[in-house]
Design a binder for this molecule. Sequence first.
Ligand code: FUC
Length: 803
Amino acid sequence: MPCIHRVFLLLVCCLTFAVASVHGPLAAEEPSPPTLWYRQPAQKWVEALPIGNGRLGGMVFGGVTKEHVQLNDDALWAGGPKDGVNPKGLEALPEVRRLLFEGKNNEAAELAGRTMMGVPPEIESYETLGDLLLTFPNAEKATDYRRQLDLDTGIVTVTYRIGDAQFTREFFTSAPDQVLVVRLACDKPGRVSFTAAMSRPQEFETAVVVPDMLVMHGALNGGAGMKYQAQLKAVPEGGKLSTKLVPKGAQLAIEGADSVSLYLASATTYRHQEPGAICEKQIQAAVAKRFDAIRKDHLTDYQQLFRRVRLDLGSGPNDNLPTDERLAAVRKGADDPGLAALYFQFGRYLLISSSRPGCLPANLQGIWSHHIKAPWNADFHTNINLQMNYWPAEVCNLAECHLPLVDLMESLVPSGSKTAEKLYGARGWVVHHLTDVWGFTVPADGVWGVWPVGAAWLCQHPYEHYLYSGDKKFLAERAYPLMKGGARFILDFLIEAPEGTPMAGRLVTAPSHSPENSFRMANGQSSMFTYAATMDIEIIHDLLTNCIEAIDALAADSPDKKFDAKFRAELVSALKRLPPLQISKRTGALQEWVEDYEEPQPRHRHVSHMFGLHPGRMITPRGTPKLAEAIRKTLVRRGDAATGWSRAWKTMAWARLEDGDHAYRIFKGLLAQGTYPNLFDAHPPFQIDGNFGATAAIAEMLVQSHAGEIALLPALPSVWPNGSVQGLRARGGLEVELIWKDRRAVKAVLKASQDRSIKLRPPRGQQVIEVRCDGKPVAVQTNDDGTVAFKVHRGVRYEIALK
Ligand code: FUC
C-alpha cells in the first residue's frame, strides 16, 4: 500500500475553468517550421519528397526542366479476393501437432507445408498509379535552386531563378478536396510555359477529354484486374492552353501564362464503379473552388492535425544545412538534435499523409511506391510491420489516423473467421503473417507463414485507441468485438501440451514460429517450426489481459455490473495456464523458444520475444525486473545494427528499459545507416515502418504510460540536455507538455480529458514538488515508489513543479 508522506493543501479545482491551450504559456519563441530542404532536384526516387492526403499520394522530384511527380492511389492493388483455405489443413493439424510435441519439427514443417498453406500461398502487389511529367522549355539556366517540404504546411515548394524571373512551384494533396494540386507561378507575367503528360510503366492509355483535360486510364493484371483513372486539369491565368496528340496518347501544352493551377484526381474500381465520374466531379469542384480556397482549406485541415505536437530537442551547428548534408554529417559522427526532431515530425507528417479516416491503412511503403511489383508487394505485413506503422498514432496525438487499421481489421473478420473454422476448427478470426486489400488471411510464403497470431497482435490496436481516449462507445462497438473474436480463436487454438514435454499440462500454441528466425535442435537440425514460441505467449497474454480489462470496463457501465462473465472466466483460466516466460540458463537472456535452443543467427533482425516489453506491457523494469534484465541481455546479444524497422524497434526497447543513451545510439545508427536523403527509412529497400517505429520511440524517450503511471523523461538521452515537447498523449486521456533544462525537467503540464486518478513518475533523481490547477495547489499523495498520485478532471490543466 502506498503511504501518504505529504498531502498538499486540498483545493477543489474549478471544473468549469476554461483550459488555456496547452501550447500557451510554456511556448518558447516561435521556432522556424520543421522543413526538409535540398539544394538540388531529386535524381533518385528516395530523394523525392512525399505528399499525400491518406489516399492520393505523390513523390515530387523538383527537376527544373523536367518535373516529375510519381503518383499513387492507396487502393490500386493487383489481384482480387482469393482467400483459399487449404482443404487438407484441418485433417493434418493433429498430426502436425503430434510431430512437434515429439520433437520431429522438420517432419511437422514438411507436413504443414504440404497441407496448411493458402491456395495460392501468395498475394499480389500494390502498384504505382503512374507519373505526372511536366516539361519546361528554356529552363536550363536556372540558379538559386531550392526544394523543400515544410512539415507545418504539408506543402512541397520548388523555387529557382531564370534571369530576372523568380519561379515558384507548390505541390500538396488536399484531403478536403481530394485532389493533388500543383501551382506554377512566376513573379514576371507571361513566363510560365510547359507541357503536361501522364504515363505509367504498363497498362495505361492517355487521352484528351475535350477541350482541356488529360485522362489516363487502364486496368491491372493485363486488363483483367482493378480499373483506375487519373484526370488532370490545367487552369492557366493568362497565356494559351492547347492539347497535343503524341505517340502514346495526349498532352496539355501551356504557353506564356502568368501562373497555372493543375488539379489531379484519381479513383479506382476498388471503391467506385465508375472511377472517371468521381474524378470528373472532384476536378470540377476544385476548378470552381479555385486554388487559394483549396490551399486555405488544406492548411486548416492539415494543421489541425500536425500542430497538435511541437518538439524542440535543442539546436546544433548543422541546423541550417540542407537535410541530405545533415544526414551526411551524422554518418560522419555528428549529433544533430534538430534533425532528430525533424525526423520525429516527419514521421507524424507521413502518418497524416498516408492514413486518414476512410482510407486504407499505411502499407509497407505508406502509400508511396513507384513499383508495379513492389518489394514484399508493399503489403500489410502483420508479424511486425503493419503494427509498427501505428505505434506513433496515439502517443503522437494522431488518434484518428489509427482508424484505417481498425477498418481493415473489421474487413478481415469474415474471411478470417472462415480460415479459423476451416483450417483450425476454431471459432473467432485469424490472420497470418500478411494480408492485402482483398481479405487474405491464410498462410502465405513458406511454412513460417503458418503463424496464426496475426489477428491477436492486431487486436492490441483498437484497445490502445480506447486506452488513450477512454471512449467506451468505441470500446463496446468496435474494439471489444474485434478483441473477443481474436481471443475466441486463441482459446480454441490453444492446446494442452502432452506429458513428456517441457510444458506438459500448459496451454500452448502449436504450430508456432518466432518470426522469422530459426533455431538449432539437440540433434543438430535447424528448424523454424515449433510450439509455444515466446512471442506467442506474450501476444496471447496481452490479448487476454486486454480482453479482461475491457470486459471489466464495460461491466462497470452496465446496469447490473455484469458483462460477458462466462467468457471472462474462460480468459482468466486460460491466462493462468499459459507457459511461463523462461530465462536461458546458458546466456541469462530471455528464451525465444520453448526449449533453450542454440541460435544459428544470434543477430537476427527480428527480436520477437521482446514483445512483452514493447509493444506489450507484460515486462517492465520495475514490475518484472528479472525479465527486464533478461531482455536487456537479449538485446545486447542481438546487437544494435539491423534493418531499418529493426533498429526502430530496438530504439523503442531501450527506451522502455529506460536507457536513453542506448536508445539514442541505435536511433543515430538508424539515421546514419538506415535513412535515405528524403528521410524515408531504408530497410533497405524503403520500408516506412522504420519511420513510424522510430517516431514512436522518440516519443517514448520523453513520455511513457504503459505501466499504470505516466513517466516523465524516462529515457532522455544525454545529447538532448535542453528541450521541450507539447501535445504528446498518455493513456487515460492526458496530453503532456514538458520543459527540461540541463537534463532535468523544470516544468510539466498535464491536460486531462477524463475524471480519474493518475500516478505520475518524475524523471530519475527528481521529485514532484507541487501540482497546481488554476493557480491553486492540488491534493497529492506521494508514494514510496517515487510516484505521486492525484485526481484529475476532464477539461482541466495541471501544472507540475519539479525539483
Ligand atoms: C518481414 C521482415 C523483413 C521485411 C518484410 C516486409 O519478412 O523479416 O525484414 O520487413 O517483413
